[in-house]
Design a protein around this ligand. Structure first.
Ligand code: 3AM
Length: 181
């Protein structure tokens, strides 16, 4: 079914992403819940777990059809994704899951998509890409970083998602999907 334009949400910020398969999201969410119990932090919702490929910020309503056209025209390969390590960023207090060795095809996916978005004026520049899934926010002291069981899957689609502030932190919604070739 073709992607339809969603009803607007005021202040929504858009991004392209790979959404996690539900079974892997569930396991990572349980794992993260254990970390919150020991160390605090704010748990990401299980159905919001994703790998951001390109963050666009607010997009003018009248440019959304163009964004959809660009995404539909992009020929990107399916990507093998491996989540086999946990990391912590001090600067934003985020605990994340990522890859010890990110697959080059995954890095190319983000780079190609960002390049197309720069050419179309949706992005100012191609940003360095560190494939990761944010698990917890507002974590002050992670202690010794725990090991995770390795998870792997083949991403067969990428999505356009939007987020907006809500009472319980950011709300996330997938608004459109396109297959990887
Ligand atoms: O995938 P993660 O969780 O690392 O932090 C936001 C989230 O990243 C990030 O976009 C993703 C989807 O919301 N984000 C939010 N504001 C941003 C900004 N101004 C941003 N990334 C870059 N610049």
């Amino acid at each position: 079914m073709p992607n339809e334009l969603p009803p607007p949400v005021v202040g929504a910020r858009f991004f392209f992403a790979l959404w996690l398969p539900p079974a892997i999201a569930s396991q990572l969410h349980s794992f993260s819940g254990g970390v919150v119990g020991r160390c605090g932090g704010r748990l990401m919702r299980e159905d919001a777990l994703h790998i951001t490929l390109a963050f666009l910020g607010e997009v003018a309503e009248n440019r959304l059809p163009e964004l959809h056209e660009i995404a539909a025209a992009v020929e990107l390969p399916k990507a093998q994704v491996q989540l086999d390590r946990v990391g912590f960023w001090n600067h934003n207090h985020v605990l994340w899951a990522g890859s010890k060795e990110p697959a080059p095809v995954l890095e190319k996916l983000a780079a190609d998509l960002q390049k197309t978005l720069v050419e179309a004026g949706f992005l100012g520049e191609v940003k360095p890409f560190v494939p990761h899934v944010t698990l917890l926010r507002k974590l002050l002291h992670p202690g010794t970083l725990p090991e995770i069981q390795a998870h792997e899957w083949t991403a067969e689609e990428f999505v356009l998602a939007r987020s907006w502030p809500s009472d319980r932190g950011s709300a996330y919604e997938v608004v459109a999907r396109w297959p990887l070739k």
